[in-house]
Write a protein that binds this ligand. Structure first.
Ligand SMILES: Nc1ncnc2c1ncn2[C@@H]1O[C@H](COP(=O)(O)OP(=O)(O)OP(=O)(O)O)[C@@H](O)[C@H]1O
Ligand SMILES: [Mg+2]
Length: 257
């Protein structure tokens, strides 16, 4: 069971000026769901994703992954960051197989696994290239292949397509959906792009400006494949824009009081 149960999670970054970042997050993520997390810069999206990855601990609250209380990172949860940070001195293939190598998998098994993932993300033929020989979108694909190589049950993705051009981004979204459907993984996808969140997600969790609270959860019941100009998707997008404007004005109200 690759779902999460997030119970009353809050996060305060300690320091000279403690920063309250997440407040009382209560959320269930279903096994196999594609969940988008949307919110303005600084609202705690990355923090929430890092908590799910086990890279950060919440200040209070608990998280369950399946029936287990979450305590640290695990290979069943693969993370894809905005910057794929591939090792420049390793070929694409050897970057993708790195995790398997560290786990002691035999050379032939890890080659086969890495090749399968490179095929899956559309990088067949680029195995022997070095990261600097790839375009930004291709590097992102390599980062995704590296996460998939460990056969995670969950993909935790933090604005993975934020740095690529618009057309490449649309293509990467569709490719990710195909992989999600073929591999039946749970995906938690952080973005600040409303149309991306709605096009991809089964649900969209909207966080309020910092400190992040769950402002509203939107269901996107449209079957896939979806059309980007689907009127129902556009209606949900508009509903989300309205909620964002409302959250902003509530924030400025709080500020003036
Ligand atoms: N390691 C850290 N130590 C101290 N404060 C941090 C740390 N990481 C994040 N923060 C603070 O927590 C808040 C939320 O940061 P976070 O990176 O989670 O936001 P975000 O929603 O991902 O923003 P963006 O859309 O810009 O990526 C910010 O105010 C940030 O300064
Ligand atoms: Mg972030």
């Amino acid at each position: 069971m690759a779902g999460f149960f997030i119970s009353h999670v809050s996060k305060i970054y300690e320091g000279a000026t403690p920063t309250s970042t997440l407040v009382d997050i209560e959320l269930t993520i279903e096994d196999g769901e594609f969940l988008s997390i949307l919110g303005p810069s600084g609202c705690g999206k990355s923090t929430l994703l890092e908590i799910l990855a086990g890279l950060q601990r919440p200040t209070s609250g608990e998280i369950f992954f399946g029936n287990e209380k979450l305590d640290g990172p695990g290979i069943e949860r693969g993370v894809v960051f905005q910057d794929p940070s591939l090792y420049p001195w390793r070929t694409v293939l050897r970057n993708v197989e790195l995790g398997l190598e560290l786990r002691g998998m035999s050379r032939s098994d890890r080659r086969e696994a890495a090749q399968r993932c490179l095929d899956l993300v559309g990088l067949h033929g680029f195995e022997q290239k070095y990261p600097h020989q790839l375009s930004g979108g291709m590097r992102q694909r390599a980062g995704l292949a590296r996460a998939l190589a460990n056969r995670p049950e969950v993909l935790l993705m933090d604005e993975p397509f934020g740095a690529v051009d618009h057309l490449t981004r649309l293509q990467l979204q569709d490719d990710l959906l195909h992989i999600w459907e073929a591999e039946k993984k749970t995906v938690v996808f952080v973005t600040h792009d409303v149309s991306e969140a709605v096009y991809l997600g089964d649900r969209v969790v909207l966080l309020s400006p910092r400190p992040g609270r769950i402002k509203q959860i939107f269901k996107v019941p449209q079957p896939r494949p979806r059309k980007r100009d689907d009127l129902e998707l556009l209606r949900i997008q508009n509903e989300i824009y309205a909620a964002i404007v409302e959250a902003k004005s509530a924030e400025s109200l709080e500020f003036t009081i």
